[in-house]
Structures are given as structure tokens and as C-alpha cells.
Design a binder for this molecule. Structure first.
Ligand code: MN
Length: 438
């Protein structure tokens, strides 16, 4: 039995990294996301697989624009036309108003789309595929509003809520496990944060952090594969691979935190074992990368450069930027900002698909660059005086600082008054963080 497992489509997201396509009037990132989904569906049909599992987060939110909903429906409808059953799991981005208003995917159940199951509750579905039956336990995104009443959750701390949710979830999962038929293969399809997952953009996307589920909830003997959604970086959480606990990751880069990640879907094969064997089924899986749009960060420190413009342009010239989403970050001191010709940088980046230019101002004073202060200075009082000589702006409080430092070094401890001053200085300038360490 072959299963295609994909997740975190986020169709309609990441528009900030695209532009309007003059021919279609759509944002190019919308088109990129549709292309990636379309390629995944192509593969499901050409294979053909017996089942497609979607791990949740269809759109950036539960109320996508109609043209975005349409594109999503059009792609998945190709599976319906090809008689390939489909499970659409509800992720945190698919739930409306914290679960009170249904989910964007529920419409597929209302329409009675053949062969399509919407996973918006904890439940076990036995699905008849061309290669036999399979059991899918759906575990949609869970938060306090799913399992707890408002009255209970309002009076508890976040940690207490997490524990209570786990206490409630465990028997629900055990209940589903008891219903399983061991003669059939079983997959858990869940949208969650497992407790040793490596984070990606979803950390930033999440509205209010959800709770994490211990891996031990998922690494159960009775599961032949655990199909996850939520984390955008592809990974298998279970080193023993028995069962594999897999995030396929997002199918397109949602933002720069995913710059270096491969994007794609997972192809799963479950076969009956030759008996007698310890397990009834054997699972193999493979990550299938998609040719998604590149993201590239070009970062250069020109704070010491005599010709910052030339150096920035040089580094841009070295990078392949055609059709790439680029962000240029250059670090520069306030004295040299005017040496950079931004218009020329815009021109140099013109062939990128989309680009941003970010100048990071570096205050020279925030760096320990006083030539008089080599590593050889052993006396902190000498260091402090040298520092103060280079900070005319601190002249009015220099005497007090030296007095305070003397007091500190003498081990007398700080008077409340002086402590307050030191804290104030710390807030005024990050450079003074070094001072407080003296
Ligand atoms: Mn999610």
C-alpha cells in the first residue's frame, strides 16, 4: 500500500516575498505554492498512491480569499476524480476563532466530497483503498478550548493546562487504540508539536503557543507510521524508525527561517510481513523533494570597509540571484552610511524574484575598539578611565562612575543609590554592559 503524506501547505501565505504577476494579477508566491501542491498531486496520481494524507495548515488562516480556496479545492479534487481517498486534517491555522467557528476544511464534509475525510476530531477512520483497508487515527490541533471548558482553563497556569490536556488526551488515544483491528495497518495523522521537534517558521506563525506532546505518546507498537504536520522542517523524530514519526515539512518556503530547508512530501509504503514476524506490517518511507523557489540571505559587514559600496556590490555579484528571493543585510557604521548608494543596490538586485535591503547600523562605541585598551590592561580602573575618556557624553557622570567602581572593587558592596545608577547606565547604552561587568 502506497501513501503520499504532505503537510503545511499554507496556501496564500508568504505574499511579502512575491510580486504581482502582470499576466494573471495573482501574487507570484500564490502561484509558487499552487505549483508545489500541484506537483505533489501529480505524483499521487502518476504513482498512483492508494491514499493521500494531509497533515494540516491548508491556509494562513481559517478564512482564505475565495480564489485561494478554489485553487486548493481544484488540486485536491483531482484526487477525487482519480478515485484516491484523502484525509484532510485540521491544523491550528485552519481553526476559526479558537475552535468556536469550525474549520476552513469542514466544507468538504458538508459537501460530501467522495473519498474525502475531514479530520477535525480525535477519531479512527477505516478507509477502503485499492490495496486493502487501513486505519487512520486523526488527531487535529488541540488546545485548551478543545478539551477543557473555559471555566477550568481560566483558573490554571499554562503549565497546569498543559498537564491537564495531556491527562485528558492520553485516555482518548488509548480509547482509539483499543478500537484498532490488529489485522489492518494503522497510521496516526496528527497536527502537533512533539517535544523534541526542531522548530522552523511555525514558531513565529503560531498565534499563541500550543502545548507539546511527548514523543512516547506516538511511538507505539500498534502504529505502523506516524504522519505529522505543524513543524515546517522535514524530520523523523524516532531514531529507531519503529514507527517512523515524520514531519514532511511545508511544501514551499514560507519565510527566511526555511531558507536552507529542503521542501517536499513523503512517500510511505506499508506491506504485510511474512509470518511469523514480530509485526504484521513493515513500513518504508522516502522524502521526495520539490523544486521550490530559492531563498538567499546575503549578509556583509562593511563597518570597517573603505569602499562599502564596492564591497557590497562585489558580494552581490558572486551570488546567483535570478528568480531567487533575496534579502541583503549589510552592517555599517553611522559614519559610512552616506557612502552607500541605495539606488545602485536596487539595480544590482534587480534580477532577483523579490528582494529586501536591510542596513544594520553598528555603533562603533558599542565595540571594545579603543586602541589604548589592549588585552594587556589588567587594572579595571585604568580600563574604566580610558573608556570614560572616549565617551565625552558620559563626562557629567564620570566622577560618580569612578567612585562607584572604586567602591565595587573595594568589596564594600553597592549602596542602593549606586545600584540604581548602574542599572540606569545599563539601560542608556548597551556599551555599559561591559562597564557593569568591571
Ligand atoms: Mn501548524
Amino acid at each position: 500500500m502506497k501513501i503520499l503524506h504532505l503537510s503545511d501547505i499554507h496556501m496564500g501565505g508568504g505574499f511579502a516575498h512575491g510580486k504581482i504577476d502582470p499576466e494573471t494579477g495573482f501574487n507570484t508566491r500564490f502561484q509558487d505554492f499552487v505549483k508545489s501542491l500541484s506537483r505533489s498531486i501529480d505524483r499521487a496520481i502518476s504513482e498512483p498512491v492508494d491514499l493521500v494524507l494531509f497533515g494540516g495548515d491548508a491556509f494562513p488562516d481559517a478564512t482564505p480569499a475565495p480564489y485561494i480556496q478554489q485553487a486548493f479545492a481544484r488540486e485536491f479534487y483531482r484526487l477525487v476524480a482519480a478515485n484516491i481517498p484523502l484525509v484532510l486534517l485540521v491544523g491550528n491555522h485552519d481553526r476559526h476563532a479558537q475552535g468556536q467557528g469550525g474549520a476552513s476544511l469542514s466544507i468538504y464534509r458538508s459537501l460530501g466530497v467522495p473519498g474525502t475525510i475531514v479530520g477535525d476530531t480525535i477519531d479512527t477512520h477505516t478507509i477502503a483503498t485499492r490495496s486493502g483497508e487501513i486505519q487512520i487515527i486523526t488527531l487535529p490541533w488541540i488546545d485548551r478550548s478543545t478539551l477543557l471548558t473555559r471555566e477550568i482553563s481560566a483558573s490554571l497556569s499554562i503549565l497546569e493546562v498543559n498537564q491537564l490536556l495531556l491527562d485528558k488526551l492520553q485516555p482518548r488515544i488509548e480509547g482509539e487504540i483499543r478500537k484498532l483491528d490488529p489485522a489492518l495497518p494503522t497510521i496516526v495523522l496528527a497536527h502537533l508539536m512533539a517535544d523534541n521537534a526542531t522548530l522552523g517558521a511555525e514558531k513565529l506563525l503560531a498565534v499563541g503557543r500550543g502545548f507539546t506532546i511527548p514523543l512516547s505518546f506516538l511511538t507505539r507498537d500498534c502504529f505502523d507510521y506516524v504522519a505529522l504536520g505543524h513543524v515546517h522542517r522535514h524530520q523523523n523524530l524516532n531514531k529507531t524508525n519503529d514507527p517512523a514519526v515524520v514531519y514532511p515539512g511545508s511544501i514551499e518556503r514560507v519565510d527566511f527561517s526555511e531558507e536552507k530547508e529542503d521542501k517536499g512530501f513523503v512517500m510511505v509504503t506499508i506491506e504485510p510481513t511474512v509470518q511469523p514476524a514480530p509485526k504484521n506490517f513493515e513500513t518504508t518511507w522516502e522524502f521526495c523533494p520539490l523544486p521550490v523557489r530559492e531563498f538567499r540571505t546575503i549578509k556583509i559587514d562593511v563597518s570597517e570597509s573603505e569602499q562599502p559600496q564596492r564591497d557590497i556590490e562585489k558580494v552581490i555579484a558572486k551570488v546567483e540571484i535570478a528568480d531567487v528571493v533575496v534579502r541583503l543585510i549589510y552592517q555599517i557604521g553611522p559614519d559610512r552610511v552616506e557612502l552607500v548608494n541605495t539606488a545602485a543596490l536596487h539595480e544590482a538586485l534587480g534580477s532577483a524574484h523579490h528582494y529586501t535591503i536591510q542596513a544594520e547600523l553598528i555603533s562603533q562605541l558599542s565595540r571594545p575598539r579603543l586602541p589604548e585598551l589592549g588585552c594587556s590592561v589588567g587594572d579595571p580602573m585604568v580600563a574604566l578611565s580610558t573608556y570614560l575618556e572616549n565617551r565625552p557624553d558620559l563626562a557629567s557622570i564620570a566622577k560618580e562612575m569612578i567612585a562607584a567602581a572604586n567602591e565595587l572593587l573595594a568589596g564594600d558592596g553597592l549602596s542602593a543609590h549606586l545600584a540604581a545608577d548602574v542599572v540606569l547606565l545599563d539601560v542608556e547604552s548597551s556599551a555599559d554592559a561591559q562597564l557593569t561587568l568591571l
